[in-house]
Write a protein that binds this ligand. Structure first.
Ligand SMILES: NC(=O)c1ccc[n+]([C@@H]2O[C@H](COP(=O)([O-])OP(=O)(O)OC[C@H]3O[C@@H](n4cnc5c(N)ncnc54)[C@H](OP(=O)(O)O)[C@@H]3O)[C@@H](O)[C@H]2O)c1
Length: 312
């Protein structure tokens, strides 16, 4: 008979294995999945394509011969990204489309209709996002609204537009895919100036997972990548420069891009980094009340103080 201890061990180990095995499999799988063949993909659209994770995704897609539509806010930065991509993929096809995703969702939908109605796009990467470095009571509401539009509303508006387009236009058993960049921050209520960002990412993950279940019926694969720390411009934009010193485990954006392509169509959600696996397990075992209580003892002003000192 199983002892109480072995049952307890089993109950602890099984969730850990379920979490960690896909993370390691997708990261260390030798050959990156050929999504061009899998989705018969002529065009892919990537938001937040000018730097970081989005840029790495464009690079990987281009290496498979997919034509890439690069979307982000600044045309100048997109052109720089395109130039870098063309140096690496001289025969690649890159289309630059500056769209401010911080606008109202209906404006984003209208722009998609106007700009991409005629393109045969079968993969979409909802990736653009950033953190706001202020507490809610300090930030001007218009800035918070723009941030929520970019980090939340745009993810839903872009998915809504493509779902409608694919429902009517895709034939037979053609498949399409939407990848969502979420964050490990969605698991932990830290209070570290992330109240808007963490809750935005919680929305992204829950939306992607719920949408993913239904979308399969229409031949659409959805994956939500709960990303860990990445070497990108993210911390600089968030005003957390000093956190860089403690980000020794930050990974190259190409790893995230590879895991996205390897995971799509196989999983609904991926804890992309070991630190995210730990965050998820801790949140699962402790529950919200214990986490909030623990977070009250975190040195919440530490990094912002350091950054303010540097500014002065
Ligand atoms: N880096 C991390 O440690 C980390 C961890 C977890 C999750 N993530 C998530 O990963 C995703 C990619 O971030 P990253 O690390 O690659 O950061 P990044 O290098 O700062 O890239 C952010 C991208 O988002 C675009 N963007 C920002 N605001 C926009 C707007 N209003 N409209 C259109 N595009 C906009 C930027 O375009 P412009 O250049 O035109 O501004 C840029 O291309 C984000 O969703 C982020 O939340 C990052």
């Amino acid at each position: 008979m199983f002892s109480f201890l072995s049952i307890l061990l089993f109950l602890i180990l099984v969730p850990i294995l379920i979490k960690i095995v896909p993370t390691f499999y997708l990261r260390y799988k030798r050959k990156v999945t050929n999504v061009r063949e899998k989705y018969n993909c002529e065009y892919a659209l990537v938001t937040g394509a000018s730097t970081g994770v989005g840029f790495a995704v464009c690079d990987l897609l281009a290496s498979q011969g997919i034509k890439v539509i690069l979307v982000s806010r600044s045309e100048e930065r997109l052109e720089i990204a395109k130039k870098k991509l063309l140096e690496k993929h001289p025969n690649g096809s890159f289309i630059v489309k500056p769209i401010d995703l911080g606008q109202d969702g209906s404006v984003v939908s209208e722009t998609l209709e106007r700009e991409f109605g005629d393109y045969n796009i079968s993969m979409v990467f909802n990736n653009a996002g950033y953190n706001v470095p202020w507490r809610l009571e300090e930030v001007e509401w218009s800035k918070a609204q723009t941030m929520l539009n970019c980090n939340v509303v745009a993810y839903a508006a872009v998915s809504h537009w493509f779902l409608n387009k694919w429902k009517t236009q895709r034939k037979g058993n053609e498949r399409a895919a939407v990848v969502f960049t979420s964050s490990g921050a969605s698991y932990l209520p830290t209070g570290l100036y992330t109240e808007l960002y963490s809750s935005a990412k919680s929305f992204v993950s829950m939306f992607a997972q719920s949408f993913g279940i239904r979308a399969r019926k229409f031949g659409i694969d959805i994956i939500d990548i709960q990303t860990g720390p990445v070497k990108s411009e993210f911390l600089k934009r968030a005003g957390f420069e000093s956190l860089k010193e403690s980000m020794s485990s930050a990974q190259d954006p190409s790893i995230v891009a590879k895991m996205m392509l390897n995971g799509i169509g196989k999983f609904y959600s991926i804890d992309q980094h070991w630190s995210v696996c730990i965050m998820q397990l801790v949140s699962q075992y402790l529950g919200a009340n214990a986490l909030c209580l623990l977070s009250r003892f975190m040195p919440q002003d530490l990094h912002r103080k350091k950054d303010k000192q540097k500014e002065n």
